[in-house]
Design a protein around this ligand. Structure first.
Ligand code: ACM
Ligand code: ZN
Length: 556
């Protein structure tokens, strides 16, 4: 048996001999990397040595990866000196660079030392990229001697997923979280409520999901549609599923930021509880192509078409705020995240202009107009969240009537809102439609239906999250960036991956790697290996034929 292992080892050494001189194709590119001469042979006998319970958790995540990708796991022990992957977290270090790690490959094994548990976890993600990018029967993997010192450029490295327009089961959300981890992303923005569906169980308000999670149909094709599919559609996450997803993410050092939309994008909540509207008796406008079932129903309904809707939460009633605080109480119990997103975007003020209660509120609070009423709305929710020790995030519309005092702004209508907020000394997360809206096409004349727009890979790669309009001091308010995946035209997991890949790999490098090491030519070369990894991960990425060509070229 020993002999067999030896022969396999010899064969793989030949197979991976090229790696000795080749550069390592790591994405995102580490801060510094020094390749030595020689290699460590990782075998099934290699032991993961970790003493700390948190590091042992990371070892389990690594083992899950090995199992999925290659079909084996490694033993985990407290100590091992001959053939090891050693994980240690130097909690005593007061490092200037947050979440740094050092990875060293030597004769007897791999050592990963993180300044934090998240740092050690990132080191494991780098180690994953030192393993073969293809499924292999080899009994051992050769890993070149290397010393890597690495840390992230931005503290907020995010990906968003809209589960309102289309619903993705918790099992798929976990796979999405796996992709974030593999890209050293650390925030998952879970867009949980929309006009077309409310997706999170709230025990105090069961109709939010018994009514609000279901629509009677969906428009066909581009808005306003060529018809309606008349298929009842929906779904929601139970609180147990939410807890499970949040824990799964936490085990991967990813914070889940929930978004509960207000005051707009609230048709589903209003369908469940019509008194949340300024005009509870007014029938919902279902657009040009309502389903047959919704034509038969009167009153408030869950939306079946896309867009921006006038029926929003009434800002004049205290019962609206009581409802939202009660919802938040359950949300806060599920999500430990410091940041809680309350939306705030695309809230037409037409109902507020006509509503006696909203107008009375404006008068009573001495507000100038409906924009200031929106500020009142968001500020009132912010006070509540702050009293519970949380920080509010809102889309850049929350700037319009004046910012709530401690709010973080997510800049989506370009960078203008983000620049303005940073100048006002507010933290900012940059998510400009161009280039980080991943619902936009990656190629002109895409054969698949998308919302429109054009955000190709190189545009994402060349994105700079700190606008030049900011001084160095102001630039510090930019916490990072995030790509958003709105799902009007993304109905199933394979399409999620088609939209997200390969752009997520480009964004990962924008957010992690120092600006000086970013290089488009070099990134494209490394992408050849990344495309192999996508195949290993069974990802349905965009432009497979082109990727095959790139892979072939890089091997020749
Ligand atoms: C947004 O895209 N409405 C934030
Ligand atoms: Zn009102």
């Amino acid at each position: 048996m020993k002999q067999v292992i030896f022969i396999f080892a010899a064969l793989t050494q030949v197979a991976f001999a090229q790696q000795k001189t080749a550069t390592l194709n790591i994405i995102p590119q580490p801060v510094s990397m020094e390749i030595g001469k020689g290699q460590f042979m990782l075998t099934k006998k290699t032991v993961i040595a970790a003493r700390d319970e948190e590091d042992r958790k990371t070892a389990r995540v690594f083992n899950d990866y090995l199992q999925q990708a290659y079909g084996f796991r490694l033993d985990v022990d407290r100590q091992e000196t001959k053939n090891y992957i050693r994980l240690t977290t130097r909690k005593f270090i007061q490092a200037p660079e947050k979440d740094a790690y050092a990875l060293t490959v030597g004769k007897n094994g791999v050592t990963i030392e993180g300044d934090t548990y998240a740092g050690t976890f990132s080191g494991i993600q780098t180690l994953i990229q030192l393993l073969p990018p293809v499924k292999t029967q080899a009994k051992s993997f050769s890993i070149p001697f290397v010393t890597i010192n690495d840390y992230p450029r931005f503290a907020y490295r995010g990906m968003h997923l809209d589960v309102g327009r289309h619903f993705f089961p918790a099992s798929y959300v976990k796979r999405y979280i796996d992709f974030l981890a593999l890209h050293k992303m650390n925030y998952f923005h879970w867009h949980l409520t929309e006009d077309q569906g409310w997706r999170i169980e709230i025990k105090k308000y069961p109709r939010l999901t018994s009514v609000g999670a279901w629509r009677d149909g969906t428009i066909i094709g581009h808005h306003p549609g060529t018809g309606n599919d008349n298929q009842r559609y929906g779904g929601f996450y139970t609180q147990n599923e939410v807890k499970d997803v949040v824990q799964y993410a936490a085990d991967r050092h990813i914070t889940v930021v929930p978004e509960i939309e207000m005051p707009g994008h609230s048709s589903a909540a209003i369908a469940a509880y019509p008194w949340l509207s300024c005009f509870p008796d007014k029938e919902t406008d279902m657009g040009k192509n309502p389903s047959e079932a919704s034509k038969q129903k009167r009153g408030k309904k869950v939306q079946e078409t896309w867009g921006v809707f006038e029926d929003i939460f009434c800002a004049g009633k205290d019962s609206t705020f009581l409802f939202l605080q009660n919802v938040m109480d359950e949300v806060l119990a599920l999500f430990p995240s410091k940041y809680i997103h309350v939306g705030g975007d695309e809230a037409p003020k037409s109902n507020w202009q006509k509503c006696p209660l909203c107008q009375a509120r404006i008068k009573q609070e001495g507000l100038k107009n409906e924009h200031e009423l929106q500020t009142y709305f968001i500020t009132r929710m912010e006070k509540y969240l702050n009293s519970k020790g949380r920080t509010l995030i809102g889309w850049d519309e929350i700037l319009e009537g004046g910012l709530a005092p401690n709010a973080v702004v997510m800049s989506w209508r370009g960078e203008k809102g983000g620049i303005e907020a940073a100048k006002q000394k507010h933290n900012v997360i940059m998510t400009p439609g161009n280039p980080v809206y991943f619902d936009h096409a990656q190629v002109k004349n895409d054969d698949s239906l998308t919302i429109g727009g054009f955000n190709p890979l190189d545009a994402v790669y060349n994105y700079e999250p700190v606008p030049k309009e900011l001084t160095a001091e102001e630039g510090k308010y930019v916490l990072g960036s995030q790509a958003n995946l709105w799902t009007e035209y993304v109905g199933f997991p394979a399409k999620v991956e088609y939209m997200v890949f390969p752009r997520m790999s480009a964004l990962a490098e924008v957010l992690w790697s120092p600006k000086e090491v970013r290089n488009w030519e070099d990134f494209q070369k490394r992408m050849a290996t990344q495309y192999q990894r996508y195949d290993l991960w069974k990802v349905n990425y965009f432009n497979k034929p082109k990727a095959a060509e790139i892979k072939k070229k890089s091997i020749m």
